[in-house]
Design a protein around this ligand. Structure first.
Ligand code: MG
Length: 395
């Protein structure tokens, strides 16, 4: 069979977008932004950028058509671009973009015996993978969802993620604003529940009433026994799911919390491949999975969702810091899934991204509307590319 096209050029871009309020809300006492622009959240000991950082990947075929990808770039993004520029790009030159799964497997194989089957390496694969799928969509002039088996829905239910306000009263007011705007589910972040997680849940339930789903992101903060005690109290206020109760590598703890049966455990934003998901499925460590397109890319995302289906576990895709490119990929993929109760909606990031991409995706009245057109349906705009911190060019 002759090739549809051949990859001619791969370029990477590190994006840094200013934001007024840091991710997860204003700085708390003892928190400050360092010389490189990062801050450590004392609530979960995790480093975050003070700007929205991301990595874009641009793949051009001999046809002249272009595919765009994006991966997670929130910390040390040049580690990812270096992997792509130095390691992946030379291997991809000349390959047929009509074989995205083959290319993904071949790139994964390059470093697996050295133990690079997660972290920054797989993030780099994710960005490349999304760009290849987008290029294939451009070549065939069909949306990514068509390449993945077909779109089930044009509107995807969205849950509001995060209430980035300084006080609990203000967070309750913000929750009520979202409900008034037609959203039916809201997730709060325990890492910034300064008055206590139970108090936060109780106040939010009082504010939004009994019919709105409330989820809690526990941000990997608790030992399993402490998480169980906490979730027991949260469940008195009808908790829809408890996200990331224990530290990411504490599989046994996650299983203990899940087996307590108080609320579904939601997991997966930090996992990248079926190999990382499989033991958690088999151990029944979670009742909801949250694959993050910025970490998985399209190929792994779909394989993870196929695996979830065999365990009868619903998918609620995660939505991290994105310029809109991998979010579009996530919406495209999510639109094909049979059991997808909600897609996360990080309003403080997604709404800003709409001005940074061309295309028509949106989130309003409780639903995402799908981008239209071939591939991802969106492309970076000039406004986005004005925020490039570093980039490589075609050789
Ligand atoms: Mg989370």
């Amino acid at each position: 069979m002759s090739a549809l096209d051949a990859i001619r050029c791969i370029e990477t871009f590190v994006i840094s977008l200013p934001r007024e309020v840091p991710y997860l809300g204003p700085l708390r006492p003892g928190e400050s932004i360092n010389a490189r622009g990062y801050l450590v959240r004392l609530g979960n000991k995790t480093i975050y950028p003070s700007t929205d950082m991301s990595v874009l990947v641009k793949i051009t075929g001999e046809s002249g058509l272009v595919g765009w990808g994006e991966t997670y770039g929130v910390a040390a993004p040049e580690a990812v671009t270096s992997i792509i520029d130095d390691l992946l790009a030379p291997v991809l030159l000349g390959r047929d973009p009509a074989t995205p799964r083959v290319l993904h497997e071949d790139l994964y194989d390059l470093m697996r015996v050295r133990g690079f089957f997660g972290g920054y390496y797989v993030d780099a694969l994710a960005g490349v993978d999304i760009a290849i799928w987008d290029l294939l969509g451009q070549l065939l002039n069909v949306p990514l969802s068509t390449l993945l088996g077909g779109r089930r829905r044009e509107a995807l239910p969205a849950y509001v993620s995060g209430l980035p306000r300084a006080t609990l009263r203000e967070r309750c007011d913000l929750a009520m604003e979202w409900v008034a705007r037609g959203f039916r589910a809201i997730k709060f972040a325990a890492v910034v529940s300064d008055d206590g997680v139970v108090q936060e849940m109780a106040a939010l339930r009082e504010a939004v009433g009994p019919d709105i789903q409330i989820m809690a992101d526990l941000h990997w903060k608790f030992s399993a026994p402490d998480a169980i005690r906490l979730i027991r109290r949260l469940s008195e206020y009808d908790l829809a799911f408890a996200e990331a109760p224990c530290q990411p590598e504490d599989l046994e703890g996650q299983v203990m919390v899940a087996r307590a049966g108080l609320a579904p455990v939601a997991l997966g934003e930090e996992l990248r491949t079926v190999f990382e998901y499989r033991p958690r499925f088999e151990a029944r460590a979670m009742g909801v999975i949250q694959p993050e397109m910025g970490h998985t890319g399209v190929t792994e995302f779909m394989q993870i969702c196929d695996m979830a289906r065999t365990f009868h576990i619903p998918v609620m895709p995660h939505a991290s810091i994105s310029c809109g490119i991998f979010m579009a990929a996530s919406l495209q993929a999510a639109s094909t899934l049979q059991t997808m109760p909600f897609h996360e909606y990080q309003h403080s990031i997604f709404d800003k991204s709409l001005a940074l991409v061309t295309g028509t995706m949106a989130c309003a009245d409780g639903f995402y509307t799908m981008p239209q057109g071939p591939g991802l349906g969106v492309k970076p705009s000039d406004a986005l590319l004005a925020h490039v911190r570093s980039q490589t060019r075609c050789a």
